[in-house]
Design a protein around this ligand. Structure first.
Ligand code: FAD
Length: 391
């Protein structure tokens, strides 16, 4: 049987899955293709869940990556509400908890990641939530006018906080870092983010190590306690503390995992029958010369495309410098870079508030973060891929 006729099962129904099946068909893949998706939805966009959708500016129907007709036209079967509980690569079977089974010659794991929930008292109380799926965003959207505590000042936390504040919620962000993303982006950029958040009326609690959440007794029903004795009352708490990769299926199937699924630049895992792409994957990037951990929308699409072409028998490789964007309120940031550390930073300012922050490590350009400086983002990304020297 040729690569192009093999039976393909994709586990997971996010952007990596949809991009992979599109690329597989574009590359001439003719085998039967099935997407098994745990959520009840067709693949949809997550980024708006902390942005336009949370602010009520985007209708739910517009979240879909493609309408149902697209999957029919491309002869892709999508089975929603199908959570795969076991993979058996020897027999070529994906098995759901309810016993349903699907056969495959090749399987792509596109299971993404899930929000981290710290093992602390009270994180399971009603009113405490994370954000990954549409119902999470819908629940948050109902908090307009309430007092909300966001724990974590990464991009998801900052975006959700700004959108909630724009909807009229009274918002505070508590984080272990003294200032938002200071470790990741440096002092100057962190100060800019803090200024943007404060301009939305958001209170910033830095150096705040969450110890417990307790059910409160007043109208603000919850009380978050921090290690230094500070307390914060809120009607709802959003935990935005990063993600864990959904690699349990792979580990149980006997393939190598390392808090994610290591794959080569073609997205093939330690078992040639199993591929992985998107947030769950730890992919080799030949431009970087190492494996990268990325949790970005665009890279889920890029890696999915590489996986789809590989499944169809093409030579494909993921070599782009990873990039993402973030919108905090109405301000947009674009980042490109390897994302695994820097030792120097320089911020170039323009009078109108636009800026580009350049990150270097060991004498090499490794990252660029741009606000209203798309040309710097584009040129920076190319130079990062070329491993340009820091200057
Ligand atoms: C609120 C939010 C905002 C974001 N904003 C941005 C942004 O502005 N820019 C950016 O670059 N990135 C952003 N991201 C990150 C981006 O959405 C992710 O990187 C991207 O969704 C990863 O795609 P994926 O296909 O790998 O996984 P996912 O999108 O996580 O999809 C995986 C799917 O697989 C399903 N699944 C898991 N296990 C199983 C199983 N056993 N059986 C069947 N199905 C299973 C899951 O339910 C899920 O539907 C954001 C993420 C969130 C949550």
């Amino acid at each position: 049987m040729s690569d192009r006729e093999r039976q393909v099962v994709v586990v997971g129904g996010g952007p990596a899955a949809r991009s992979a099946v599109a690329a597989y068909r574009d590359a001439g893949g003719r085998g039967p293709v099935t997407i098994l998706a745990a959520e009840p939805e067709l693949p949809y966009e997550r980024p708006p869940l902390t942005k336009e959708f949370l602010r009520g500016e985007l209708p739910r129907a517009e979240l879909l990556l493609a309408p149902a007709g697209w999957y029919r036209e491309h002869e892709v079967e999508v089975v929603t509400a199908a959570e795969v509980a076991e993979l058996d690569p020897e027999r070529g079977r994906a098995i759901a908890a309810d016993g349903r089974e699907w056969s495959f010659d090749r399987c792509l794991l596109a299971t993404g990641a899930r929000p981290l929930v710290p093992d602390l008292p009270g994180t399971d109380l009603p009113g405490v939530q994370t954000i990954r799926m549409i119902p999470d965003s819908e629940r948050l959207a109902k908090l307009a006018g309430s007092r909300v505590l966001v724990v974590g000042s990464g991009f998801i936390g900052c975006e959700a906080a700004a959108s909630l504040a724009m909807r009229g919620a009274e918002v505070a962000i508590a984080s272990l870092e003294p200032s938002p993303q200071v470790e990741r982006l440096g002092e100057e950029v962190s100060a800019i983010l803090a200024g943007w958040l404060r301009a939305h009326g958001i209170e910033l609690l830095g150096g705040a190590e969450l110890e417990a959440i307790e059910g409160g007794d007043g109208p603000a029903g919850l009380r978050a306690r921090f290690a230094d004795g500070r307390e914060q009352r809120a009607e709802a708490v959003l935990l935005a503390l990063g993600v864990a990769r959904n690699d349990a299926l792979a580990a149980a199937a006997g393939i190598e995992t390392d808090a994610g699924v290591p794959v080569d630049a073609s997205m093939v895992s330690s078992d040639p029958r199993l591929l992985a792409a998107g947030d769950v994957a730890l992919a080799e990037n030949p431009s970087a010369g190492r494996r990268l951990k990325v949790e970005h929308w665009g890279e889920a699409l890029n890696q999915g495309e590489v996986a789809g072409r590989t499944l169809a028998g093409e030579e494909a490789s993921w070599s782009a410098a990873p990039g993402f964007w973030s919108t905090i309120g109405e301000r947009r940031l674009k980042y490109a870079g390897w994302g695994d550390g820097w030792d120097e930073v320089r911020v170039d300012w323009r009078e109108d508030g636009a800026f580009a922050a350049w990150y270097g490590r060991d004498g090499e350009l490794v990252g660029v973060l741009a606000h209203e400086r798309d040309e710097d983002y584009e040129s920076g990304r190319e130079r990062i891929e070329e491993r340009a020297p820091w200057s």
